[in-house]
Structure formats: structure tokens, C-alpha cells
Design a protein around this ligand. Structure first.
Ligand code: PLP
Length: 336
């Protein structure tokens, strides 16, 4: 069956134009620093974000992990949201690889509250305690329904953290969804944080790849850890070319995904289906008494959605869904 696939914005496949850009990319050995397309991508992103350096990595998971290992020491503690991707969905790598203690915090829609962050920081108090050295924010939030941080909140969190000598990493896997939805320039989101990462392989529609940016010495450490973890990729310019193409052609169109997500949310509530979170960007959650059974029924109607909890489903809009796909998705809701 030809499914409308709303399980994730990672299911996109490269467009014909993206494939052409990939095929035409000049490449070299990036582990030797000689891939001109990777070098061009890293320079462009560093410039876009006004950070000293950027590092192309295979995944968002690796970008987050490198941000942590490069800015903490084993035994330190890291403040993040209790729904944050690295806490919930990155296989415990912060414990196993970074050796840090996590301090998970609550907050509406996956967003941290500056006062709560400040209260959770433990600094050089007594030797019984783990020293907090990093705060991680997620913009937009995945499990928070694609919520967007107001810039003022990011700035307040960073101010509180920096006052006490902590660093701040932004997991901006979907930062351009935040940029398009809020009108806040990406540089403004990048400025107060010490490191920021984003993914090319989600709404931007590239097949593989994420990037981490920050000061040169932090990115230099991250580069060493990337190698240590097996993330050095050789002729990666083929992937970097897809990423460059995505930056040129797939940012502004995220607004279409947001509009379709809003229409889908509307269709759900029209049918009396509970949508527990607002959907300001491309991620829509909805609740059914038996989420797995509901997903199976929708699949019979040609619609794939994700199951994120026994009673919760998720639909994510992306490059592969046009208005016809939206109409089919809404039509499939009849089954519920
Ligand atoms: C907010 C967030 N951070 C990080 C990641 C990890 O990205 P990857 O799947 O490329 O490892 C994801 C993936 O969905 C995500 O949603």
C-alpha cells in the first residue's frame, strides 16, 4: 500500500534535486580534513550561527553526546528536561559514554523554566554532591509537541547557568522549525548558548547528518571524540552536499509543514479526538484509549503514525507530505 507516513520527519527521502547535488559533490577524505564539501558545510554553518567552528556528524544523537563529553567530566551532573531526547531516547549514552549524572526537570511542553534550572544547579557545594556543569535545552521539543522556546527564556536560562559557571547546549534538532515558527533568527537562538546542534535528516529532508557548533576549543575536543566513537566519515561530502542543498531549499518550506500540522490538529479536535498539546510546529500528539490498536486501524486506512505511550500517538509533518497527503491523513481519521 502507498502509505501516508507521519511516523516521523526522519522518513523523508532525498528529492531528485538533492540527489543531483549529492552526485555532483566534490569529495575527499574527511578524516584527513580533505573533503571540500564537508569543509564548505562546516564553514557555512559556523558563519550562519556566528560560532567559531562547526563539526559535521552522523546523527543528532552523536551531536548531543559530543556536546556533553566535550563540556563535562565524568561524575558531573547535567540538567535537562525529563522528556529530553538524550534522556529518553539515546540509549543511556550519557550514563555509559559520558559518565554524567542527569538531573531531569519538569516543565510544560518539554520547556525548562529558568527559575527551576537555577534552583537545580549544584555548584561546588560539598563533596557529597555531583557538580552541575551543563544545561541542555531542546528547541523545538520533540516529546513536548514541537514547542518553541521564546528567545527570552533561552537567554534567561543561559544567564542563570553562566552566572554559576555552567555551560549550555541547545539540542536544536529542529531549530529551523523554531526559527520559521517564531521569526527569531537562528543566530539569535545560537548566541546565548555555548554549543548548538541541529539535524539535516529531519524536517530539512537530507538522508543523513547533523552538525555541532561552538567555540574552536570545544569543537576540537568534539572532533577527537567523534573519531574515538567511530564517527569519522571518509568521502562524506556526498552527505554534506545534501545538507547544503537542504539549507538552500528546505528551510522556508517548513512553514507548510506547520500549516498542515495545524490543519490536522483541527481535524482531530473536530472529531472529538483529544490532542493534549498545542502543535505550533510540525508535531501533533493525540490520545486514544488503545494507541496501538488505533495505529493499526489507521494503517489499514493507509496512514502511519507513531505510538509514543499506551494511550498516545504522534503524527509528524514533513517534506514528503503535500496537501493531498494531508487530505488522505484527515480522511483516514474516519477509522477512529
Ligand atoms: C530533539 C531530538 N534530538 C536528537 C535527536 C537524535 O537524532 P538522530 O536520530 O539523528 O540521532 C532527535 C531524533 O529524533 C530528536 O528529535
Amino acid at each position: 500500500m502507498d502509505f501516508v507516513d507521519l511516523r516521523s520527519d526522519t522518513v523523508t527521502v532525498p528529492t531528485p534535486a538533492m540527489r543531483e547535488a549529492m552526485a555532483a559533490a566534490p569529495v575527499g577524505d574527511d578524516v584527513m580534513g580533505e573533503d571540500p564539501t564537508v569543509n564548505a558545510l562546516e564553514a557555512r554553518v559556523a558563519q550562519m550561527l556566528a560560532k567559531e567552528r562547526a563539526l559535521f556528524v552522523p546523527s543528532g544523537t552523536m551531536a548531543n553526546l559530543l556536546a556533553v563529553v566535550s563540556q563535562t567530566r565524568p561524575g558531573d551532573s547535567v540538567i535537562l528536561h525529563q522528556d529530553a531526547h538524550p534522556y529518553v531516547y539515546e540509549s543511556g549514552n550519557l550514563a555509559m559514554v559520558a559518565g554524567v549524572l542527569v538531573s531531569p526537570r519538569p516543565g510544560a511542553c518539554g520547556l525548562l523554566d529558568p527559575d527551576d534550572v537555577a534552583a537545580a544547579i549544584v555548584r561546588n557545594a560539598d563533596h557529597h554532591r555531583s557538580n552541575t556543569t551543563l544545561v541542555m535545552i531542546e528547541n523545538t521539543t520533540n516529546r513536548g509537541g514541537g514547542a518553541v522556546y521564546p528567545l527570552a527564556t533561552v537567554e534567561a536560562i543561559c544567564e542563570r547557568a553562566h552566572q554559576q559557571g555552567l555551560r549550555v547546549h541547545c539540542d536544536g534538532a529542529r531549530i529551523f522549525n523554531a526559527v520559521v515558527a517564531s521569526g527569531t533568527p537562528v543566530r539569535a537562538y545560537a548566541r546565548p548558548v555555548d554549543t548548538i546542534s541541529f539535524c539535516f535528516s529531519k524536517g530539512l529532508g537530507a538522508p543523513v547528518g547533523s552538525i555541532l557548533a561552538g567555540e574552536a576549543d570545544v569543537i576540537d575536543r568534539a572532533h577527537r571524540y567523534r573519531k574515538m566513537l567511530g564517527g569519522g566519515m571518509r568521502q562524506a561530502g556526498i552527505l554534506a552536499a545534501a545538507a547544503l542543498h537542504a539549507l538552500d531549499h528546505h528551510i522556508d518550506r517548513l512553514a507548510d509543514d506547520h500549516a498542515r500540522a495545524a490543519a490536522f490538529l483541527h481535524a482531530l479536535t473536530d472529531r472529538g479526538i483529544a490532542a493534549p498539546l498545542p502543535a505550533p510546529t510540525n508535531i501533533v500528539f493525540f490520545d486514544m484509549p488503545d494507541a496501538a490498536a488505533a495505529a493499526a486501524r489507521l494503517a489499514e486506512e493507509g496512514l502511519r503514525v507513531g505510538v509514543t505511550a499506551p494511550t498516545r500517538l504522534r503524527a509528524v509533518f514533513h517534506l514528503g507530505i503535500d496537501d493531498q497527503g494531508l487530505a488522505r491523513a484527515i480522511d483516514a481519521l474516519r477509522a477512529l
